[in-house]
Write a protein that binds this ligand. Structure first.
Ligand SMILES: C[S@@+](CC[C@H](N)C(=O)[O-])C[C@H]1O[C@@H](n2cnc3c(N)ncnc32)[C@H](O)[C@@H]1O
Length: 209
């Protein structure tokens, strides 16, 4: 296990900014597809920014969080952007399975919380995880892997998938990072790296020429 905490705190950007910076890469998606966020805004401001991005692209928008307090807080925010935009309280990996195949154009995976191996999640942040059997660092890796495998059926060819808190160290996906297990799977299953900034990575799903 490596401890990358000092490295992590130097970053200023999150995955939602990377997505906004790549709006042009979303221009050729058919309107009516869904923009999905897994892990709703808990203070970094992602949900409103992404809902507005989805609106500007003519997409539907859904944000999913397992914590009902988080979902209840962001619901008026997304509904103010568009009355049909939704904030769902569910495990993201379960919710993804309920969606029609090929219905998602862009997905942002920023669920769960990870900590360096020598640190525990603060008690107030860990409390909502009691309904998932308690917070465990490695569950973040598993959750993002399972969500990615489920998303592979739901993302359109050429669809975009962004991870937050995911970085390489010496060419290897860091063990604290959310995509530690998902990224190796995605990169051998038809996804290619579009951009990588400050611990956020944007991938594009393979599409026929
Ligand atoms: C890092 S925060 C999300 C931050 C948000 N994207 C932002 O930038 O403001 C992680 C969120 O993931 C949620 N979460 C944890 N496990 C989850 C799961 N399996 N499915 C959906 N949400 C989950 C937590 O409740 C928490 O609100």
């Amino acid at each position: 296990m490596d401890n990358d905490w000092e490295y992590l705190v130097t970053w200023t950007q999150h995955g939602h900014s990377l997505l906004v910076d790549h709006k042009e890469d979303m221009a050729d998606f058919t309107t009516g597809l869904t923009f999905l966020e897994v892990g709703s805004d808990r203070g970094e401001g992602s949900t409103k920014v992404l809902a507005e991005l989805a609106l500007s692209l003519g997409m539907k928008f859904v944000t999913v969080d397992m914590d009902d307090a988080v979902s209840d807080k962001v619901r008026p925010v997304v509904e103010a952007v568009h009355p049909e935009f939704m904030a769902i309280c569910a495990k993201g990996e379960d919710y993804i399975l309920t969606l029609p195949d090929n219905s998602i154009a862009v997905a942002y995976l920023d669920a769960y919380d990870t900590m360096p191996p020598d640190r525990m999640l603060p008690a107030d942040m860990a409390q909502p995880y009691s309904r998932l059997g308690g917070w465990k660092n490695h569950e973040a890796w598993r959750m993002h892997l399972i969500a990615s495998m489920a998303l592979d059926f739901k993302l359109v060819p050429g669809g975009l998938l962004c991870f937050d808190d995911t970085w390489r160290k010496n060419g290897v996906w860091a063990s604290r990072s959310k995509g530690y297990m998902a990224l190796p799977w995605l990169l051998v299953n038809g996804y290619r790296e579009v951009a990588y900034v400050d611990g956020s990575i944007l991938l594009r799903k393979w599409r026929p020429k």
